[in-house]
Structure formats: structure tokens, C-alpha cells
Ligand binder design. Sequence first.
Ligand code: FO1
Length: 307
Amino acid sequence: MITILAGGTGSIKLVRGLAALTKDIIVISNVGDNIWLHGLYICPDVDTIVYGLAGLLDEKRGWGVKDDSFECLAQLEKLGAPTWFSLGDKDLATHLARTAMMNKGKSLSEVTEWMRRRYAISARIIPATDNEVATKIITDKGKMHLQEFWVKYKGNLAVTGVQYDGAKSAKANRKAIEAIRKSDMVIVAPANPVSSIGPIVALTELRKELAKNRDKVVAVSPLIGDVAVSGPAVKYMKALGLASSPVGVAEYYRDFVGSFVIAASDHKLTPKIQGLGMQVYETNITMKNKQDEIRLGQYLMDRAIDN
Ligand code: FO1
């Protein structure tokens, strides 16, 4: 069994590669991006994983449903409602159904489990916690939700810090803890370390469980050289005083990751990462198509057998 810690756009490719190779995979999903808008609970990273595995994802954008329309959004605009966050008509079905079920007392895990069954997805998808955790970005314009910073302000503000509101008191999902304990290998997807993996490992019990199982935790670098595979990873890392390189990511993960996979082109960084007590693997980590996703998935599964 393989467990993978995942965000959204940067993670789905590897999740899909692994899912093509085995049914025995559990995804622990970030919930720090979740936001309430128009009275609806939006869970971008959970939804990207669900849509990606169901074959519904808009691959170009990396989020939302493919071939979606935005009629509802246009109507909201006419009503003067905030429309900076583009919710597609098909995507809205997810948020409507989820919010209605949660209003009747279902947890986010229960709703996600129901959804993956409706879409006949064999991988299990577990939100890291059923409590609300919100990633907040501290900027020169004040503290704001990650979605506000990234979508409303297009990431064009100076960042001085990142906080995970609610994480201290949030309870890690029991099934996520069990998955870490029972898996042959735990993979940290090539996701934004601060905004996708950060909110997951900010959950005290979950981080402790990972640290206990450090030897079987393998992270794939989200950076090649000093360039992020997707999104604003470098901006957040700089704000936290981390080096914007795979070494900076490895330092951030050092207490709970035992092996680190980097691009072969970053070979010169290997000794530094080994110096953090990690095994280092060098390979091609770029995923441009389905073959790439499966190639990297297979590479990681082979490492699980090696261990
Ligand atoms: N990202 C954008 O850049 N602009 C949007 O309008 C936008 C809408 C949106 C709607 C649903 C959804 O699930 C994701 C959406 N995203 C949008 C992506 C999202 O902001 C982030 O990229 C993720 O939260 C990061 O993982």
C-alpha cells in the first residue's frame, strides 16, 4: 500500500501515475486552500484530485472541470456578487452537493468518500483533517486567505509570512494516521511545500506519525534548480527564510522525510541533502504527459520494493 501527501495542480500528475499502476493507493489531501464563497464550501485540492482521477480535470488550467461554462458566474457578476474566484457551472455541482451534505452533518471525509465512489475512483482520498484549517498569507496589504492572495491579487504582493489558522487545534484524520502507519511507502508529492504540504504537516499528530515512519517517507522535489514545477512555491519559501532550491525543501522536510528524489540535473546538490540524513535519488522528475506520470510513479514504486 502506498500513501501520498498531496496538494492540487502540482500533485495530481504523480497521483494519477501511481493510480495507473496500483489500486492500493491512499491520497492524504490538503485542506488549507478550502474557502467559503457564496455560502458554499470550496475544496480546491481535494477536488483537483477527485477530478483528476475521474478524468474530469481541466488539464490546461490544472483545476476545475474540463469543458465547463461560467454562466452562473456571469449572473453573479450582474448581481454585484464577488466573482474574483472563477467557479464553473459543472464545478458548482460539487460545491452545492458537498455543502448540502455537510449542512446535514456529514464530515468532509464522508462527502469525499461518497464522491469518489460516485465517480468509481479506486484510490482512497482522505482530507488531512475534517476540521477547518485556512492557509493565510501575511502581505504588505495585511493578512489574507491564500486564495485571495493567489487569485484576487494574482500573487502580486510582498509576502512576509504564512500561517495555518486552526491547525493547532485541528485533529488529524484517524484514517490518514492509519494509512501512514500501514503503508509500505509514504510519498510527499512534488507540491508547494509551504501551501500544500505545510498545512498537512502542521497537524501535530500527523507530523509525529510521519516522523516515526521517516525511513519510508520519500519526497519528490517540487523544484528543479530554483524553479518551481508549478505555482508560487519560491515566493512562500523565501518568506519563511528557506533557500529556494531542492535543498531548502529538504531542510523544511528533514524531520519527517528519509529519502528525497531530485532532478538528475540537480546532481551537485546531492551531498548537501545527504548531509541532512536523507537518501538521495536522482532521476527525471518532469511530468509533461501520461507516460511521464507513470514513469515517475514506477520509479518510486521500485524504490519501495528496494527498501
Ligand atoms: N485559480 C485561479 O488562478 N483562478 C481562479 O479563478 C480559480 C478558481 C478555482 C475554482 C475552483 C477550484 O477548485 C480551483 C480554482 N483555482 C483558481 C485554483 C486554486 O486557486 C489554486 O490553484 C489551488 O488552491 C492551489 O492548489
